[in-house]
Design a protein around this ligand. Sequence first.
Ligand code: FES
Ligand code: FES
Length: 166
Amino acid sequence: MSQKIPIRITVNGIVHEREVEPRLLLADFLRHELELTGTHVGCEHGVCGACTVMVDGASARSCLLFAAQLDGARVTTVEGLVRDGDSQPIQDAFHENHALQCGYCTPGFLITLYEFLADNPEPTEQEVREALSGNLCRCTGYLNILKAVQDAAGRLRAAGLRPAVR
Ligand code: FES
Ligand code: FES
């Protein structure tokens, strides 16, 4: 049996101290150890984007990271996007523009968009397409996702907000 490694990791603003197997993926740590099942696993090869989370404020594939690498890190999952029990403009825009079907890909899209719209609050359609090109939707609902992103950007600008995560 491999020796476990102690880690201290902040997830959605909550500090967790655990001992983990060296080979435990961050995606599995989040889902199985912390029961944050909003982070989905699709390809497990860094291709589909379903497992995207933020690590120290930048989006990252949780299927390509080991939990043991994250000692001292700050991670935000889709659950961390909720504020005071309420959704934020990006989630609202997805909901109202019917930008999800089965919803499997949605957490990864939302996390990717938080980073993207924080950096680029007034994106062109081409910029949105490029930003989302690393996330796959097996329901192929891309047109409504594009609409939702422009709607979300408009909502954020109108409210004078930037996407904020814990
Ligand atoms: S499960 Fe991580 S990119 Fe597909
Ligand atoms: S909504 Fe089903 S995979 Fe995207």
